[in-house]
Design a protein around this ligand. Structure first.
Ligand code: DI6
Ligand code: FE
Length: 412
């Protein structure tokens, strides 16, 4: 009965769209006047509208006519810290007065300011604070988002953050991937016992949180004001023993050879990379680790060192682009603005930026079922109020996502 097909929430048909399939890294893989059909949340067919097989005739009644507009895979924000309480607008003012980020952190502000606010917040308050941030991403086409813990730094508090992240996904109908970032800062209780903190995270927190189904990956802030390479190594060994993938905040403010360390452990991604050297780039290339570029924090901190984009490109390292949405260094609630910044500040092409928030962002999360338009993949789709892929990086702001589908169901 046609009624049933019409009512199916995760089946549908798009007609007369300019499909950017992103089938390979060198092109947009455009299909002009394309049709795309999906059932049960999966893409079943795509090709020229005139060649749509009769098997999808039942979907025509609910078809969306794109009238030639652009359709891309759902966007993927592969690096955020969007669950937190409070804000750090006062630090923004301080930094504008010339006080440095590291100086603010060493004086007890920075990450620790957000830790105090986050510890004091209930699970419901954290959820209420995070929802508009996740919604802002969804409204502009994000259908998968990675969210890190790291602002509670107690076992229960980190679990609370991760539960909130999972609940955001369930509530908005998008997919959330959860990353443990307990090695973000040393909590005050462990100020004189760093090694004991790292021990607790590795031997106790990690297995417990994993057993609760709260972890998809493990990350660390490997930095002069964060954790050393040796401490990161211990965490990665513990993650490996549990079969959990790792990623790393690497070489953002200083070169602790984080990229090479991430590569050594076969990390899914190494993120930031402003201070990464040639050896780090070569190691990423060999390991197949994705470089996640985060221009929001580069911009907000008014950094001078850019990630070695030309070297990454020449070495064939896949580059993803993410918002790094966090209250301190990247209060950026827009993945499209991150794409623009990746082009304007880091020299990516708009094509690279688009691959960076789709196919390569999927790879940075270890997900092979999304990020391109292809039969068998998830029906994560965005119909844009735009004609060309370059427009997604070109327009600064604006409500360009006309329709958003996640797992085949309409979310906007
Ligand atoms: N790198 C960053 O840019 C953020 N965390 C991190 O590991 C900073 C987070 C903050 O300042 O709150
Ligand atoms: Fe970050």
């Amino acid at each position: 009965m046609n009624d049933i097909a019409t009512a199916a929430p995760d089946s549908g048909l798009l007609l007369h769209a300019r499909l950017a399939t992103l089938a390979d890294a060198e092109s947009h893989g455009l299909i002009e006047d394309g049709a795309l059909a999906w059932r049960n949340g999966r893409i079943l067919w795509l090709g020229p509208s005139a060649q749509l097989p009769a098997a999808f005739d039942d979907l025509r009644g609910q078809a969306l006519d794109a009238c030639g507009a652009l359709v891309t895979p759902g966007l993927i924000d592969a690096h955020t810290h969007l669950v937190f309480a409070g804000d750090r607008a006062s630090e923004f003012e301080q930094r504008l007065e010339g006080v440095g980020y590291e100086a603010i952190a060493r004086a007890g502000g920075g990450i620790m300011a957000t830790v105090r606010a986050t510890r004091a917040a209930s699970e419901e308050a954290l959820l209420a604070a995070a929802l508009p941030r996740a919604r802002a991403l969804l409204r502009e086409g994000v259908t998968t988002v990675e969210i890190k813990s790291g602002y509670a730094l107690t076992l229960d508090g980190e679990a609370r953050m991760l539960r909130v992240a999972r609940r955001l996904g369930a509530q908005l109908g998008i997919e959330v991937r959860c990353t443990l970032l307990a090695l973000h800062a040393v909590p005050p209780e462990f100020a004189q016992q760093r090694a004991a903190y790292v021990d607790a995270v590795c031997a106790d927190w990690l297995p417990r949180l994993h057993a609760q189904g709260l972890l998809d990956a493990v990350d660390a802030f490997c930095e002069g004001i964060g954790f050393s390479a040796a401490e990161t190594r211990r965490l990665f060994a513990a993650a490996r023993a549990l079969g959990l993938p790792v990623r790393l905040h690497a070489d953002q403010l200083s070169n602790l050879h984080g990229a090479a360390l991430a590569a050594e452990f076969g990390a899914l991604s190494a993120d930031h990379l402003e201070c990464t050297d040639d050896a780090g780039v070569a190691a990423l290339a060999t390991a197949g680790t994705v470089a996640v570029l985060l221009p929001g924090s580069y911009y907000a901190l008014r950094e001078k060192r850019r990630p070695p984009v030309a070297a990454l490109r020449a070495a064939g390292v896949p580059m993803a682009v993410a918002s790094d949405l966090n209250p301190g260094t990247s209060p950026l609630r827009s993945l499209r603005i991150a794409m623009n910044m990746a082009c304007t500040l880091f020299g990516l092409t708009p094509l690279e930026a688009l691959h960076g928030v789709t196919a390569y962002a999927a790879r940075a999360l270890g997900l092979d079922d999304r990020g391109r338009l292809q039969p068998g993949l998830r029906a994560d789709l965005v119909l844009w109020d735009a004609q060309t892929p370059a427009e997604l990086s070109y327009w600064l702001g604006g409500d360009l996502a006309a329709a958003v589908f996640a797992g085949g169901a309409r979310r906007k």
